[in-house]
Write a protein that binds this ligand. Structure first.
Ligand SMILES: [Zn+2]
Length: 306
């Protein structure tokens, strides 16, 4: 089997090479991982043309940026334990431009085989109102739309935030994720930390801000926040905003990361480095250039030595 296929199969079946799930339940010391979002192949040109409703005609820039991100991540030492892409993998809505998906996969094949890729579904991957068919298409292309995994004593949940945003066209799938999530949050051996990955942020700055295209609706948000607080979730990582934002409230860190691809604010194309220590989860957004030329900052490297 080709190495490129192997990367995606591993993600699909959630079996990380060389790691058995049992071994990953144990804390063995600090580690880092990469959180990135919105490569969204096709948006940069569409945004410049002022035509974001189309699927985008060109995506060579995003392919180049994704390759740059992969190279920057590959050269980090110690190696990140995994890289999670928090949704909007491509710009075209489901079924409209298969080539974007193929080109993203090709751009990601350079990822070092020791760094598993974890995929999260975004609104552009599933449609703003997902249907059983678009969810199935996503799962066939990228793996399950929600699942959990352990890494180094940390419990990670990947969620389909589109089912929170608008599950009206697939009520059974929405319900199934709710039931599963309840189960995941309640019964498990005590992890060092619990982390959540989803595309749409719960909020951008404050838990009580108004509804917006870029956050989850207040009632949905509050319900999730209550459950996450109760379960002791440490941080929720997201994208969708194409700007860095977020904030820590009541011990829960809502992290909103800018994009590998199109920037809608003043941030640069980049990825977030997350350092997990026994007591804390520390993260920092790096521009691709900064990460390529300078690697990790000294203080983060120190944390990883502890
Ligand atoms: Zn999005």
């Amino acid at each position: 089997m080709a190495e490129s296929e192997d990367i995606f199969l591993r993600a699909k079946h959630r079996t990380f090479r060389g790691l058995s799930e049992d071994a990953e339940r144990q804390w063995k010391g600090p580690f880092c991982f990469i959180q990135a979002a919105d490569p969204q192949l096709g948006l940069m040109k569409a945004w410049r043309d002022g035509d974001c409703d189309s699927g985008g005609e060109e995506w060579a820039e995003e392919v180049e940026l994704t390759k740059q991100a992969v190279e920057a991540v590959n050269q980090l030492r110690p190696r990140p334990r995994f890289m999670v892409l928090c949704g909007d993998l491509v710009h075209a809505m489901p079924g409209r431009e298969k080539a974007q998906e193929q080109d993203l996969k090709a751009a990601l094949t350079g990822t070092d085989p020791s760094i598993p890729l974890v995929f999260v579904s975004g609104n552009h991957d599933l449609g703003n109102t997902p249907t059983p068919r678009t969810v199935e298409q996503y799962c066939n292309a990228w793996g399950s739309d929600y699942f959990s995994f352990w890494v180094g004593g940390v419990f990670c949940l990947v969620l389909n935030s589109q089912l929170f945003y608008d599950g009206s066209a697939c009520p059974q799938l929405k319900e199934a994720q709710e039931t599963w999530l309840e189960e995941q949050l309640s019964s498990k051996p005590k992890p060092k930390h619990i982390l959540v990955f989803q595309h749409i942020p719960l909020y951008l700055k404050s838990p009580d801000e108004d509804d917006d295209y870029f956050n989850l609706q207040r009632a949905v948000r509050q319900h999730l926040l209550d459950r996450f607080h109760k379960a002791g979730v440490k941080a929720v990582f997201s994208g969708h905003y194409h700007r860095n934002a977020g904030g820590c409230h009541g011990g829960l860190d809502m992290v909103v990361s800018s994009a590998i691809g199109c920037q809608l604010g003043k941030d640069t194309h980049g990825v977030r480095v997350v350092v997990v220590t026994a007591d804390d989860v520390v993260h920092r957004y790096y521009s691709l250039e900064q990460l390529t030329t300078g690697g990790l900052d000294e203080d983060l490297r120190e944390l990883l030595k502890a």
